[in-house]
Design a protein around this ligand. Sequence first.
Ligand code: BJW
Ligand code: ZN
Length: 246
Amino acid sequence: MSRDLVDRLQPDARITVLTGAGVSAASGVPTFRGADGLWKNFRPETLATAEAFGRDPKLVWEWYAWRRFRIAACDPNAAHRVLADWSRRFKNFNLITQNVDGLHERAGTRNTICLHGSIWEVGCWQGCATAPRRWRDDTLSFAEIPPRCPHCRGPIRPGVVWFGETLDPTVVRQASKAAECDVFITVGTSAIVYPAAGFITAARHHGAYTVEINPETTPATSAVDLSLRGGAEMVLPLIDQQLVGV
Ligand code: BJW
Ligand code: ZN
């Protein structure tokens, strides 16, 4: 484990962590890409776009309903727990996540910046005036697929950000601000989806020491100061064990 990284994780350091699906892999949540990825039988554009939902809401909802069921049976792993602990121990800590599974929140992480929404939220597909933009819905077995908006009876959609959709500008602003830090650690992401991947470069431009934790190389590997090859659930606890006096 790098002494250089551990030395920089000082109590008052501005530390930002960007997570992706790999952080939840050890919990049993499938990643998107790679050999066992969610999309091995589908191209992303087939399911994770508004066009796909407009074309076949039942197919897209069945995929999300299956994922909700699977995620509900998963628990946060050692990587989520270390990050939750850091969010309480470091006074200038930010966690930006691309994950929609809610496992960071379930581990007790403070102030998670969720770039791609939440699989546990829904919204009215037609955006009817009486419904809020998004609301929480933990249903695992929907009586009807697609489920219906309680306000207009039209279909509801998962509260996630699909390809081609803009991210919530407030959330993007929070993440951009968080990228102005001293140490930026990217964990378990393939670093190909934007704007998320852009925060790694942004952090570097702001002078941050950049670190990647991933068992595989990614487009970010050659751009970071330190690349740690391994599962997040192993590497983060190893770093954590070396922090003294924090
Ligand atoms: C482990 C591990 C272990 C395994 N431990 N690690 C600039 C350039 C080019 C294109 C664009 C651009 N800006 C915008 C775009 C278009 C597009 C985009 O990025 N396309 C790229 C594919 C090229 N972006 C967008 O459309 C975004 N919107 C936007 O920018 O609006 C403005 C705009 C609109 C139109 C045109 C231009 C601008 C929205 C992106 C929304 C992404 N949504 C999804 C689905 C969310 C809903 C759902 O869950 O269904 O978000 S896609 C999917 O990918 C999901 C993820 O959050 C995201 C990232 O995936 P992630 O987390 O990295 O997972 P994987 O599976 O890819 O990687 C897992 C990694 O873990 C691997 O590296 C493993 O090795 C590793 N791993 N086990 C640690 N134990
Ligand atoms: Zn509605």
